[in-house]
Design a protein around this ligand. Structure first.
Ligand SMILES: Nc1nc2c(ncn2[C@@H]2O[C@H](COP(=O)(O)OP(=O)(O)OP(=O)(O)O)[C@@H](O)[C@H]2O)c(=O)[nH]1
Length: 495
């Protein structure tokens, strides 16, 4: 069961319960058992699941439910809070400061994706203006240094390692010293992968940590690790001061529940997730939006942040103005396709929009979707300015379609398909009509300006019904809006 399925199962359990006329202990227990089953099937550790169930029972007061309060909402909120609690140890991770040297050491099981993730982490910070450097202290796996070297060269990040030196402590110390002298502010030390049974390798890892005195030890974990996650993560935590976790391969078909367990074992926050093999398939991890996405509630703040990344700054106000007028033209679609292709996998963007990820960008088919987008753009290149800027769907008559097909050398049905896709996107974006436009550059204000009215238009009808219609959505947004993150996520509550 992948995490998305886990979210679906939990939502279904909640839905079934809210369909019951009277919520008594049995109905509540059935619902919680269903949720428990889904969590266990996703590899969340048994003890965590049991504790979660007990906590929810403590929080949810059956008398309140009987009094006719919105039962589903109360329980959904409790499930939401409990899942957040598992993933949020309540203390923030160390963040490196620009201009001040920080040493970050990467540890993890063999093949968890450490080396790949080191470069992603370095690259991410380099884009933010840091001066990162990579040190390969993995003397165990032949080829590890070559891999790091290759990645680092591609990203133009300085690196240090040795083909002959077999002592990882020595390499780590030399590398750190060298990059300190070169005024690098983020020195990243990659270490060998190991399993908890390998005592000698654990001792070696401890020595590297002691010698380099890292400001942060990052535990890298593959999301598919399953039930073993808790014990493995705990073993690492006992040997070195793990301060944060990165979960990799979140793009795969892993169950993913192990990741939740590992966080609980290390009592450290997840700070990033890896979503692919490429350098930029790396996302900041935020607990509340993540759980919200897991439960199928969408993640507006993430979506708006992505737009900020995808759309060049100078085009943002203009695009938002057009969207707020409800004028989604083919030209806008073309320009957005251009931006999206520049940025990389569009799945990352659209998976954040509630309910639309599957239609726009089926998981695992990103490459196909990109090819499709390029094909659409070729067809649009054969359109006139009038066609590109029109908001009148009737303009695209048969003769225009035939002309476009001839112009781009594609069959007529391809042009029709592209126009259908345009209509579908235009329909989605027309829901943005009336959006308050933030001042130039202040995209976060946009998410704050999104109110329940906008949300209700964008949410798929069945999801809105699940939440309890407009009234349910408003109170859910108010209730959740007490935290800043949630305000951002749902675009702010109506006051
Ligand atoms: N799909 C996907 N693959 C990933 C991700 N992160 C890493 N990988 C792949 O996972 C494999 C192992 O990654 P490495 O970086 O070599 O793993 P490692 O932990 O350094 O390996 P050891 O040094 O043997 O411990 C490689 O094929 C990576 O491309 C991710 O987020 N998604």
């Amino acid at each position: 069961m992948v995490l998305a399925q886990l979210g679906g199962s939990i939502s279904r359990a909640l839905q079934q319960m809210s369909n019951a006329t009277i919520i008594d202990e049995k109905v509540l227990n059935d619902c919680l058992n269903e949720i428990t089953r889904a969590l266990l099937q996703s590899d969340v550790q048994f003890k965590l699941v049991r504790d979660m169930q007990t906590n929810i029972k403590k929080i949810v007061n059956l008398d309140d439910l009987a009094a006719g309060h919105n039962k589903r909402k109360i329980i959904q909120q409790a499930v939401f809070n409990e899942l957040c609690k598992i993933l949020d140890p309540g203390k923030p991770a160390f963040t490196p400061k620009k201009g001040k040297t920080s040493v970050v050491m990467f540890v993890g099981l063999q093949g968890s994706g450490k080396t790949t993730t080191c470069t992603k982490y370095a690259y991410y910070h380099q884009k933010k203006g840091y001066k990162p450097a990579l040190v390969c202290a993995d003397t165990f796996r032949a080829g590890a240094f070559d891999q790091l070297k290759q990645n680092a060269t591609k990203a133009k990040i300085p690196f240090y390692g040795s083909y002959t030196e077999s002592d990882p402590v020595r390499i780590a110390v030399e590398g750190v010293e060298r990059f300190k002298k070169e005024n690098c502010d983020l020195i990243i030390v990659d270490t060998s992968g190991r399993h908890k049974q390998e005592a000698a390798l654990f001792e070696e890892m401890r020595q590297v940590s002691e010698a380099t005195k890292p400001d942060l030890v990052l535990f890298v974990m593959d999301s598919s690790i399953g039930q073993a996650a808790f014990d493995q993560a705990q073993a690492f935590k006992q040997s070195v001061p793990v301060g944060a976790v990165i979960v990799t391969k979140m793009d795969g078909h892993a169950k993913g529940g192990g990741a939740l367990s590992a966080v609980a074992a290390t009592k450290s926050p997840v700070i990033f997730i890896g979503t692919g093999e490429h350098m930029d398939e790396f996302e900041i991890f935020d607990v509340k939006p993540f759980v919200s996405r897991l439960l199928g509630m969408g993640d507006w703040s993430g979506f708006m942040d992505k737009i900020q990344e995808v759309v060049p700054m100078d085009q943002q106000p203009e695009l938002l103005q057009k969207l707020s007028e409800g004028n989604f033209t083919l030209r806008i679609m073309y320009e957005q396709f251009q931006n999206i292709l520049k940025m990389g996998p569009i799945g990352q963007v659209f998976s954040m929009l509630p309910g639309f990820s599957q239609e726009l960008m089926p998981k695992g088919r990103e490459k196909e979707s990109q090819t499709k987008i390029k094909r659409y753009m070729t067809m649009m290149d054969s359109m006139t300015n009038e066609e590109l800027d029109s908001t009148n769907p009737k303009l695209m008559n048969e003769s225009r379609i035939i002309r476009i097909a001839r112009g781009c050398g594609r069959p007529i049905r391809d042009v029709m398909e592209m126009l259908e896709e345009y209509k579908r996107l235009a329909k989605i974006w027309s829901k943005m009509k009336g959006l308050k436009i933030p001042k130039k550059g202040d995209m976060s204000a946009l998410s704050r300006n999104m109110n329940a009215q906008h949300m209700s238009k964008v949410l798929p009808p069945q999801m809105l019904k699940q939440i309890g219609g407009m009234g349910g959505l408003q109170s859910l947004m108010k209730q959740m809006g007490s935290s800043k993150d949630m305000m951002g996520m749902f675009g702010g509550a109506d006051k």
